[in-house]
Design a protein around this ligand. Structure first.
Ligand SMILES: Cc1ncc(COP(=O)(O)O)c(C=O)c1O
Length: 306
C-alpha cells in the first residue's frame, strides 16, 4: 500500500492527498491515453536529497506527450520545479516521484480534442521495488507468454499509460507462476525487456543489451549503466538478443528507476552462471548506488538538489 503523504500537485496547485480525486469520466481512465514518468530522490552521503536525472525524465515525459498529441498546460521547467516542491512540501528525504499527464473529463468517445489535458505530480515512499533480498541475491525471472508490443502497434519509447496493461499482464502471469519478474520477447522473438525494467546480459566479460531499435523503453538507468560500464573500461554492445543468449549468459541483470540494478539469478528455471550474483553486476550495482546514494561525485550533471 502506498503510504499517505500530505499533499500532491494537480493542475497548478497543491491539494490535500485525500482530496486528489478524478472524475469517473476521465478520458484516460477509459481509453488509456496518458503519459507518465517515474524518478527517484535519494538522500546522499552529504545529507542532502537529490533527484536522479530529473531533466531527462521530464524530457522523456514531454517527448511522450508530443508523440501522443498531448499538450501539457505547464512547461518542462515548471514540472521540474514542481517535482522538487512536492518532495519539500511532504518532507520527503527519499522517495519516488510520479508526474502524469492525462486527458480529463468532458466528451466521451475516441476523438476528444477539447477535453482538458491535466498534469499531476505526486510522490511516495518506495523501498527496493523487488525487495532488498532481490538487490543482494538476485531474482527468478520467466519469459512471458505475452510479447512486447510491436514498434508499430504502440510507442515503446513513450511511457504511455494504456501500454502498461501489457506489463501488468506479464507480471501477473510471472508472479502467479511463482517467479519474481517477467521477461518479454518482441513479436519477432527477440529479447525486449522486463515488465518495468531494461535487461542486460554478460558473457565472457562483454556486456550486451537490446539496442534502441528494439521494442524497449529508452531507460535512464540503462543509459546510466552503459555510461558507467564504459567508464570502467568494460565493453557494452547494444544489439538484438535471443532467448538462448539469456540462458547461456554468465550474468543477467535488470535496470530501472524502480528496480535500480537488480541481478537475475535464474531464467526459465535455468541458473544464470553459478546462480549467484556475478562480479560485473556487483561492480556496476555498487557504482550505481555510490552515485545515487553515496559520495561518488563523478556525475554531478545527473543530480538535482532538492
Ligand atoms: C517498460 C519499462 N522498461 C524500462 C524501464 C526502465 O526505465 P528507467 O531506467 O528510465 O526507469 C521502465 C521504467 O521506467 C519501464 O517501465
Amino acid at each position: 500500500m502506498v503510504e499517505k503523504l500530505k499533499k500532491l500537485w494537480l493542475d497548478g496547485e497543491f491539494v490535500e492527498w485525500d482530496q486528489a480525486k478524478v472524475h469517473i469520466l476521465t478520458h484516460s481512465l477509459h481509453y488509456g491515453l496518458g503519459v507518465f514518468d517515474g524518478m527517484r530522490a535519494y538522500k546522499r552521503a552529504d545529507g542532502a536529497t537529490y533527484v536522479f536525472r530529473l531533466r531527462e525524465h521530464i524530457d522523456r515525459l514531454f517527448d511522450g506527450c508530443k508523440m501522443c498529441f498531448l499538450t501539457p498546460q505547464h512547461t518542462r521547467e515548471q514540472v521540474m520545479s514542481v517535482c522538487l516542491e512536492v518532495l519539500r512540501v511532504n518532507g520527503l528525504a527519499e522517495g519516488y516521484l510520479r508526474p502524469i499527464v492525462y486527458v480529463g473529463e468532458g466528451a466521451m468517445g475516441i476523438y476528444v480534442p477539447n477535453n482538458p489535458v491535466r498534469t499531476a505530480v505526486l510522490a511516495w515512499h518506495w523501498g527496493a521495488y523487488l525487495g532488498d533480498e532481490a538487490l543482494k541475491s538476485g531474482i527468478r525471472a520467466k519469459i512471458s507468454s505475452f510479447a512486447r508490443h510491436h514498434v508499430n502497434v504502440s510507442l515503446a519509447k513513450a511511457k504511455m499509460c494504456g501500454q502498461y496493461t501489457n506489463s501488468v499482464l506479464a507480471k501477473r502471469e510471472a508472479k502467479l507462476g511463482g517467479y519474481d519478474e517477467a521477461i518479454l520477447l518482441d513479436t519477432s522473438g527477440y529479447v525486449s525487456e522486463g515488465s518495468g525494467e531494461n535487461i542486460f546480459i554478460v558473457r565472457r566479460g562483454i556486456i550486451y543489451t537490446p539496442d534502441l531499435s528494439c521494442s524497449i523503453l529508452e531507460g535512464l538507468t540503462r543509459d546510466t549503466i552503459i555510461t558507467l560500464a564504459r567508464e570502467m573500461g568494460l565493453t557494452v554492445i547494444e544489439c538484438r538478443l535471443t532467448r538462448d543468449q539469456l540462458w547461456m549468459a554468465d550474468e543477467v541483470f535488470f535496470t530501472g528507476t524502480a528496480a535500480e540494478v537488480t541481478p537475475v539469478r535464474e531464467v526459465d528455471n535455468r541458473a544464470i552462471g553459478d546462480g549467484t550474483v556475478g562480479p560485473i553486476t556487483k561492480k556496476l550495482q555498487a557504482r550505481f548506488f555510490d552515485i545515487v546514494r553515496g559520495s561518488d561525485t563523478s556525475h554531478p550533471e545527473w543530480l538535482t538538489r532538492v
